[in-house]
Design a protein around this ligand. Sequence first.
Ligand code: HEM
Length: 505
Amino acid sequence: DLRVARAMSMHFYQLSTKLLGDTVSKMNENLTSVVLVASFFTLTVGYVSKRLLKESSHRDKKYPPYIPSSIPFLGHAVAFGKSPIEFLENAYEKYGPVFSFTMVGKTFTYLLGSDAATLMFNSKNEDLNAEDVYSKLTTPVFGKGVAYDVPNPLFLEQKKMLKTGLNIARFKEHVKIIEAETIEYFQRWGDSGERNLFEALSELIILTASSCLHGKEIRGMLNERVAQLYADLDGGFSHAAWLLPAWLPLPSFRKRDRAHREIKNIFFKVIEKRRRSGDKADDILQTLIDATYKDGRPLNDNEIAGMLIGLLLAGQHTSSTTSAWMGFFLARDKDLQERCYAEQKAVCGEDLPPLDFDQLKDLSLLERCLKETLRLRPPIMTMMRMARTPQTAAGYDIPVGHQVCVSPTVNHRLQDTWVERMDFSPSRYLNDNPAAGEKFAYIPFGAGRHRCIGENFAYVQIKTVWSTLLRLYEFDLVDGYFPTINYTTMIHTPHNPVIRYRRRQ
Ligand code: HEM
């Protein structure tokens, strides 16, 4: 398991999410590069003429303030890529809550703050569309027939099926499974040391997510080869896949496609076996096998397999980065960490018996720590939609073709909304805080029709993992180092995430 997971997490964060700069710098290396450079050139010319045309024909409209750039086509890609939050906060100061800028030939319009964000969360999918921006990335990974490959009403039905599968009876089982996986996994850490916490939690969460979301058959098959397939598939979530034409014969694209086919085949066999055996296990796989659309049609095997892939990947990076950041916030504040440990005893009993779902709910300090981690380090830093129809926000006209964005990270720390905004302060949720009056000031799981269905599971998972870890160890920063943020990954991960730990007596 150790080797499996290690190989996997290395690939997760090295193969995937390469910055544009990275992509561009490799352009001279092979024949593909020639194609890339040519398409870059064509796109630039096309882009410049399109902008000129647009500007001359829409003089009467009041467009959002546009942040100028002297670099054609690429625009602000480099500055944004280096430090997106700083870029957005500076723009907010200078231009207000709604502004536009160009990156890689695309115009992005950000809606910052709760009021401006309302446009995105109240909009219909036909107007501000998710498939147009996400499908290119997700469809090769999840496959056809699910998520952003299907009309949104159908995806909404699929989300509902998944939500049915994520119920309290299941969570009660999940707590036991996750506690057992965590104890077993961390045996390899021994009594004390310094280790990469993020790598460990990434490995652990593949195991727990696989057990809880896929079921025992698929978890039982999670060996080195399957782990590598997940890693190759995950490599599909890269800036390259988002920016470059899908037909390019890049090795990472080919790996992704092969992994997709092989994983699907593994899942098909499991589904087929489950269907044949008549064994009605109480798990999500069974929920999906038994589910039907409103018109009575059951899910076919391809849809089920696609949803299983989606479940794993949607829950993997989001939960593992959040858990890792939470560990560093607790390690930085020893007093808070001790209070969380004391809460374990106060709520569950002095002798710390095995965790149980009902007690987990009462761990309110731990819960506020998680909530605060998601405020300062929300894993999804930007939600995006394509404007298919003209929109207005804050008195500005947003034309068709703009990529409209909302950033949880920025909303979660706006000066106007949050008191002591950069402090990790779980107690802020006990007091009357100004953000409570603003509907979209706190949106780590999004809102509206695209809202996350995994919130409750994520809370159960992360609270179980951290309850277990707090009982096992005391944590410290290594020589006071609190990880800086790695912005080159699509989900903002901690840099050099090594933590010091000592077994509790
Ligand atoms: C800490 C954990 C998680 C965070 C912070 C998170 C965050 C988000 C956010 C921000 C969205 C909205 C995306 C958008 O509007 O463009 C979303 C959607 C979604 N998430 Fe999560 N998520 C988490 C865990 C999970 C888990 C565990 C699952 C599955 C079990 C999951 C499944 C989904 C699904 C199906 C959607 C719907 C996408 C749509 O309708 O367009 N998420 N999540």
